[in-house]
Design a protein around this ligand. Structure first.
Ligand code: WTA
Length: 550
């Protein structure tokens, strides 16, 4: 049927997922419904705590009933197989339930981070041709302002609207799940590159077979765990490791809707007796910065296994965790929206080398190659590449096959990351090969920020870079050229920041802004962010042969 790398291995893992007798496959069957068939319907599936400390719990049976209601509701609203239905929601149970309700109908579920502003939403909804979106009263304002420009968007469902609530309540909690084929699309989400608008990365149902295997190996999940993945389902980690894999494995999952707060987080671990915790280096560094005394106020002894993702985990916070959590430490994991699951990791089996991302999972062929596709010697820097295809790999970039094809060269998938491999096969992250920014573990494209800045009256042009930051990994720094009659004031900087937050996203605004007279550009007019960065860091500017006079 398929010809994935290590195909025999994947065939031997066929039982990871639950197949229909007609050999079709819908991820929602494995994630939810099979637990009822296996007699585990009454097991606690989700524990949800909101900002005010109210706790709501759901068993697997309740999640099945609720997601069936959503699926019936969508079917009544003429949502069909292959339609794109998006979620623009805070981390509330509906986000998790509706994701699976959408997938049950055979439609493609898409997520958008709740910090997105109207322009970011428009790009995503327009490109995907989304037919429906779920949101809240509070977030709906950002959709209403762009609704006229989205002719394909037929429905905006407001989950806290009384009419919606009563309509949903009337739906049957029995639904006959759509028998999608393994290669049909299940979900999509947008991610940023160096240039152009965000890209819609699309994943297939069959990917779950690998996602589950990766979770078993990298998160060490066991039947009686209480698992907390702090990532938002607006990002890939929040989909794959806080909805799909954990629930497939029948693991009780904790969700907190509130923002990051060190004391709150420790108190949640103690209160809910979290055993497995998957989070990001920025959070770990922020916890570390709050000091050790705070950790002593809470009983954190329930924690059994810790893992980290999204940005480099430097040795200092890692060794700190080992001290604070009595020998347990964050196991770094490397992957991307495009890879669909963890590819390289510090698994429980391998000996820790602080600062290394660990080794490729047993079924992954990863290599460091030069620009011609040849492996480089141990210890040398090169492009981190993976031998395609693998089951959880993206299937396409929505309506952009050219972009999809551009990831593959000389028989390799090129990740866009620079890295090294040592003599013992451990991988070490070096940096991005392009201008993609990772701020607090979240992926931001400089082009989107530049576009948002330029849309402000008085701005001529802007160049945006990631500036290294001890806590956040990188912060966004913008170099802005103003029209001659505009005053370069501190007040204007604040206005620009607010403008980007409103139009692009709350998390993607430039924390630093510098007004300059002119941006370094190539002769063809492309902004040379590399030069802005080198100047910012006081490093040599390097090859300037393509640079226009600067
Ligand atoms: C970076 C997140 C260093 C990397 C799952 C990658 C990492 C990008 C690590 C993907 C890690 C992810 N160490 N860097 N352990 N994990 N990255 O698509 O640059 O949001 O290419 O997926 O994050 O970000 P994305």
């Amino acid at each position: 049927m398929n010809s994935f790398t290590n195909n025999e291995f994947w065939e031997s893992k066929s039982d990871n997922v639950s197949w229909f007798t007609d050999t079709n496959l819908n991820i929602a069957q494995t994630v939810l419904d099979k637990h009822i068939l296996e007699g585990n319907g009454d097991k606690k599936a989700l524990i949800f705590e909101d900002d005010q400390g109210n706790v709501t719990e759901f068993t697997f049976s309740q999640l099945v009933s609720q997601s069936n209601k959503v699926a019936n509701f969508l079917s009544k609203n003429v949502i069909n197989k292959g339609d794109r239905v998006f979620l623009f929601l805070p981390r509330v149970p509906d986000l998790y339930i509706n994701f699976l309700g959408i997938v049950k109908t055979g439609a493609i579920a898409g997520t958008m981070f709740s910090a997105f502003g109207s322009d970011a939403l428009k790009d995503r909804l327009e490109n995907s041709g989304a037919k429906a979106i779920f949101t809240t009263k509070e977030l709906a304002d950002r959709i209403q302002t762009i609704r006229d420009e989205l002719p394909e968007l037929k429905h905006v469902f407001i989950i806290d609207d009384e009419d919606y609530i009563s309509d949903l309540e009337k739906e049957s909690d029995v639904f006959s799940m759509f028998h999608t084929r393994p290669e049909d699309y299940a979900f999509m989400l947008y991610t940023s590159g160096t240039t152009g608008k965000p890209k819609g990365i699309v994943h297939a149902h069959y990917g779950l077979i690998q996602q589950i295997e990766s979770a078993k190996i990298c998160l060490d999940l066991k039947d009686d765990d209480i698992y907390w993945c702090t990532a938002d389902p607006g990002w890939v980690t929040g989909i794959v490791y806080s909805i799909l894999t954990n629930l497939s494995l029948g693991v009780t999952t904790f969700i907190h809707s509130g923002r990051f707060d060190p004391e709150k987080w420790y108190s949640l671990i103690a209160k809910h007796k979290i055993t497995v915790w998957y989070t990001a280096p920025t959070a770990i560094r922020m916890l570390m910065a709050k000091g050790d005394a705070l950790t002593e106020k809470y009983d954190l002894s329930s924690l059994r296994y810790l893992a980290s993702v999204g940005e480099p985990l430097n040795p200092e916070p890692l060794l700190w965790s080992k001290k604070i959590f009595k020998g347990k430490y964050f196991h770094d994991t490397w992957w991307q929206t495009e890879t669909g699951s963890i590819m390289i990791a510090n698994t429980p089996e391998i000996e820790l080398k602080p600062g290394s991302m660990g080794k490729p999972l047993p079924f992954v062929t990863a290599e460091i190659i030069d620009d011609d596709g040849n492996p480089v010697a141990a210890g040398e820097e090169g492009n981190l590449a993976i031998k395609p295809p693998w089951p959880s790999m993206m299937r396409t970039v929505w309506q952009n096959t050219e972009k999809y094809d551009s990831y593959f060269k000389n028989g390799w998938y090129i990740s866009g990351d620079r890295a090294k491999k040592d003599e013992e096969g451990y991988f070490w992250f070096v940096g991005r090969a392009d201008d993609v920014i990772k701020t607090s573990g979240e992926r931001v494209g400089p082009f989107e920020v530049e576009s948002a800045l330029i849309s402000f009256e008085g701005v001529v042009e802007a160049g945006v870079i990631g500036k290294p930051d001890d806590i956040r990994g990188e912060i966004i720094k913008a170099f802005v050229v103003l029209k001659p009659d505009v005053d370069a004031t501190e007040e204007l900087k604040t206005k620009l920041q607010e403008h980007v937050k409103k139009h692009l996203a709350g998390h993607a605004y430039p924390r630093e802004i510098e007004f300059i007279d002119k941006l370094p550009k190539t002769r063809s007019g492309k902004i040379m962010r590399r030069i802005l960065k080198a100047k910012e860091l006081g490093q040599p500017i390097g090859d300037t042969s393509t640079l226009e006079e600067y």
